[in-house]
Design a protein around this ligand. Structure first.
Ligand code: AKG
Ligand code: FE2
Length: 292
């Protein structure tokens, strides 16, 4: 994608978050009764007083299938944003598809293997996240540790300000590593939990978080999810006696719905929905050495 498009959507997103609250709230993530629903502008769902809160505002939009877009949530200002997001989504989709084809090839499958499991009408959701300058970065996360609700996620990071960190797994508790500020035309692709399930944990969803700083930051992330009626399960081709299925089958919709509850609690959806097959079900065996 041309740098002008990437910078254009970055600038338009930032301009939206800089608007007066009243203007942004025209697209608020509330239904007619004032109740929380995910789509639109606001903060993520808060379920309990004890919940870890994030130092960010976000704008969450259904992008694909196109006929499911709810344009009342798409910003009227800046006027360029709708067109830019549409164009960006077309480019981002090509990136996601290329990566999914490559991931299939790596496993020795036909290129369309994962694309077939996602389906022609898979869901794409955009999340613009704005992290205001934070006076106490030592105390506050921009976004708490999580794994993504996606097969893959395509991230367009802030042009100038870092903050995204990925957890390198142990021994021990592991170590947080900074994702550097990328070149202006670079995107980052992250594996989500749905790919972890489909690949029987050959591909793992990395835990990541965003730390705050004294500088504002914005990212635009597109999550790619399977059609809701699709079964989500370890690919038969990746299951054997030596490597039994690590996850139980469930509907993509069940998984997607469970994500919001899990995210509020700061848990992985896989754990929250308890879809890991435990050792006993395999009669012990190799699953103990499979990734946690
Ligand atoms: O802001 C970022 O760099 C990452 C955001 C993120 O991880 C997410 O929206 O899931
Ligand atoms: Fe994420």
């Amino acid at each position: 994608m041309p740098v002008s498009l990437l910078d254009g959507i970055r600038d338009a997103g930032l301009e939206f978050f800089h608007l007066p609250a009243a203007e942004k709230l025209k697209h608020a993530n509330r239904d007619d009764a004032g109740e929380f629903q995910p789509e639109g502008y606001g903060i993520d769902r808060v379920d309990t007083d004890g919940q870890v809160l994030d130092w960010c505002d976000r704008l969450y939009l259904t992008v694909q299938p196109e006929e499911e877009r709810r344009m009342q949530f798409w910003p009227a200002r800046p006027a360029s944003l709708v067109g830019l997001l549409h164009e960006y989504a077309l480019g981002s989709e090509q990136v996601a598809r290329r990566v999914l084809r490559a991931m299939a090839r790596v496993l020795g499958f036909g290129e369309g293997f994962f694309l077939g499991h996602v389906g022609e009408k898979g869901g794409t959701y955009a999340r613009f996240t704005y992290y205001p300058p934070c006076p106490r970065p030592d105390l506050v996360y921009g976004l708490k540790p999580h794994t993504d609700n996606s097969v893959v996620t395509v991230l367009l990071l802030d042009r100038d300000v870092g903050g995204l960190q990925v957890l390198l797994r142990g021994p021990g508790p592991g170590r947080w590593v900074d994702v550097p500020v990328l070149a202006r035309d670079e995107l980052l692709v992250v594996v989500g939990e749905e790919m972890e399930i489909m690949s029987n944990a050959v591909f793992r969803a990395p835990t990541h978080r965003v730390v705050t700083s004294g500088r504002e930051r914005m990212s635009l992330v597109l999550f790619y999810q399977p059609e809701p009626h699709k079964d989500l399960q370890p690919a038969e081709e990746l299951v054997s006696e030596d490597r039994p299925a690590i996850y139980r089958r469930l509907k993509a919709k069940t998984f997607g719905d469970g994500f919001w509850d899990a995210f509020a609690l700061g848990e992985r959806t896989i754990d929250f929905l308890n879809i890991k097959v435990d050792d006993k079900e395999h009669g012990g065996g190799l699953v103990t050495s499979a990734p946690a």
